[in-house]
Design a protein around this ligand. Sequence first.
Ligand SMILES: Cc1cc2nc3c(=O)[nH]c(=O)nc-3n(C[C@H](O)[C@H](O)[C@H](O)COP(=O)(O)OP(=O)(O)OC[C@H]3O[C@@H](n4cnc5c(N)ncnc54)[C@H](O)[C@@H]3O)c2cc1C
Length: 394
Amino acid sequence: MRDVIVVGAGPAGNNTAFNLAGRGYDVVVVDLTRRIGDKLCTGIVGRECLERFPIDPGLVHRDVKGAVVAAPGGEVVSLGRQEVQAHVVDRVSYVDSLAEKGRNAGAEYLLGHRATEVVPEDQGWRVETVNGSGGRTLKARALVLASGFGSDLTGRVGLGRVGDFATGVQAEVMAPGVEDIHVYFGQGVAPGFFAWMVPTSGGRALVGLLCRRRGMGHLQKLVLRLQMEGKVTRVTRAPARWGVPLRPLGRTFGDGVLAVGDSAGQLKPTTGGGIYYALLASEIAAGALHRAFTRGDLSSDRLSAYEREWKDLLAHEMDVGYSARRMFEVLKDWQINLLMHMFASDGVFEELVDLQSLSFDWHSGVIARLMDHPMLNRALTFINPVLATLAPRS
Ligand SMILES: Cc1cc2nc3c(=O)[nH]c(=O)nc-3n(C[C@H](O)[C@H](O)[C@H](O)COP(=O)(O)OP(=O)(O)OC[C@H]3O[C@@H](n4cnc5c(N)ncnc54)[C@H](O)[C@@H]3O)c2cc1C
């Protein structure tokens, strides 16, 4: 009998394993893939994330100070600061380096094994895995589900499924002259959400978008548009799609079990970024499990501390971000055009960019400031009086 089985070797699973194995626990990490970290992702992380969870500088494609934002009608605004705000990293290698830390701390990795059954037993949990050459039965006193978006394992242990989600679609292209991150809005581009072109290295870029439906069709249209504009020369990796949770699970703990990262829905609903929150939540999960082991009590009562702690840190951000996201989703193109034009011409963007509270990872402060801004209030009252009353407050 081991101490902990972690299902999933993404950021959440690797960092949980590292923090537990480093405290002397017997940890096994199971992942269905053999190439750790190979999941659809753009690999943008904030400066704060890399300060806290460092990366070999050789794995950073580029530093980001701002972005070029295009309104549906074509108006383009450049937003940025003097200092680096975020980094585009080699996502696969970054996540692999987190697994390496877990291994070095003593965690065992069982790759190419899909966890198919998670069964509560007297002393803890039994996990059955399958791979090409058979499977394994694993037993441990505790189970951590870090199995990412769409995993049915959370439902099987009684934690349900994430409340709301979007679809992310992304392709890799050659875009030799593109140096800046480009963001695109509009019903014809990414209805209710946004699209991006993010240069990585070697003249390549990732082109993608978030939406609720017909993502592949929207991405094809966007790539074609970028080809016609001369920004993209060819597609080097075909579009793929994956889900992005927008709301967390109703409950992220049970007897001897925790859900962490995308499988728990711990993500920024504004942008769909989840690496940093997954890393933060996994530290909290490991701490809660450690205290529970120390007291010899892995009951859901004891493990509820995990949910309290991650919610203290992230729930407000996620709630405010989700309200803002839902409000943005109902805006029509002419309304986005108008807002962007007003913000650009009246210096509102500059004001927001200068805010101390502006952060790549924490959005509630800037959303609150925006919502209180007399310009936005006037604009919303004109655009839709109902929206003005629904604006999220911090
Ligand atoms: C298009 C797109 C772009 C994105 N861009 C960014 C970005 O730029 N920045 C950012 O911060 N976030 C981004 N995200 C979100 C980010 O990728 C996730 O939030 C993050 O990877 C979550 O980490 P995780 O460890 O919770 O899950 P994952 O990284 O999904 O890891 C889950 C792991 O579990 C494994 N697994 C699943 N089921 C099983 C099973 N039954 N048995 C064994 N193993 C299993 C999977 O193979 C996987 O390795 C993006 C998402 C999408 C869709």
